[in-house]
Design a protein around this ligand. Structure first.
Ligand code: ZN
Length: 242
């Protein structure tokens, strides 16, 4: 069967959003699921989301939240709200969940493309690519035409040919001689002002990448967060999409 990849990430333990995305992708007859990391952190359903991702047989790379939730390292680099949820998440995970998160690779080459959570130049430094300079550092290490990433929760496209240019998400037809570094946005905590979950579909046979937004039951996610005792600010940002 012809391959069709659903590439998603930054699920952040938001089960309602993850189910909405996988339902949407299966309606579109996706053959393979790929996860660019941060399955856990911020929301109320970390173990459940790990289970869904594992059941999809999903190639997954490790995000910074996946890393810190499965390692006993200090959380000084995190904002206080994020750090409090990482501490909470550590208490929810089973030993098996922790081992799974710990063993996720930082980068992965898949047929013809690469995935990473942050950047290929220093994937364990969790840098944020928001400008051409940091995109340039990354592109020096991108050997494939296509690389998908997440981390910023803002879908966007960097293209490199003669120079580097940044674009808002658009439906791409890959051009020979251009490299693409594509942020698929976030399933479980979008931050581009649109609260709908974001992911991408890549069809190698037509050389097309399509960005998709999916609405989900935000109210239920917010209520679960509040019931779990997670910071209310994090519940409310789901409705705002930022
Ligand atoms: Zn994230």
């Amino acid at each position: 069967m012809e391959k069709k990849f659903a590439i998603f990430g930054d699920v952040h333990a938001n089960l309602e959003a993850l189910i909405a995305v996988t339902n949407d992708a299966s309606k579109r007859e996706v053959t393979d699921y790929i996860c660019v990391g941060d399955v856990v952190g911020y929301n109320a359903s970390p173990s459940e989301c790990i289970q869904v991702v594992r059941d999809l047989g999903c190639v997954t790379v490790r995000g910074n939240h996946d890393h810190y939730c499965s390692h006993d390292e200090n959380l000084d680099d995190f904002q206080p709200l994020a750090a409090s949820v990482i501490a909470w998440t550590r208490r929810q995970l089973s030993d098996e969940d922790v081992i799974w998160l710990k063993n996720l690779p930082l980068r992965k080459a898949i047929s013809g493309f690469t995935i990473v959570h942050s950047t290929l130049d220093m994937p364990d430094h969790w840098g944020y690519v928001f400008d051409s300079l940091s995109a340039e550092a990354h592109f020096n290490y991108q050997m494939t035409t296509l690389c998908f990433y997440g981390h910023t929760h803002v879908p966007m496209v960097y293209e490199k040919n003669a120079g580097i240019r940044r674009f808002d998400p658009y439906n791409i037809k890959l051009t020979t001689g251009t490299k693409y570094f594509i942020n698929v946005g976030s399933v479980g905590q979008p931050r581009d002002g649109n609260p709908d979950s974001s992911y991408a579909i890549y069809t190698p046979s037509t050389r097309e990448v399509e960005f998709v937004r999916v609405s989900y039951d935000i109210q239920t996610s917010m209520e679960k967060n509040i019931q779990a005792g997670l910071p209310e600010r994090l519940a409310h940002r789901l409705a705002q999409g930022k």
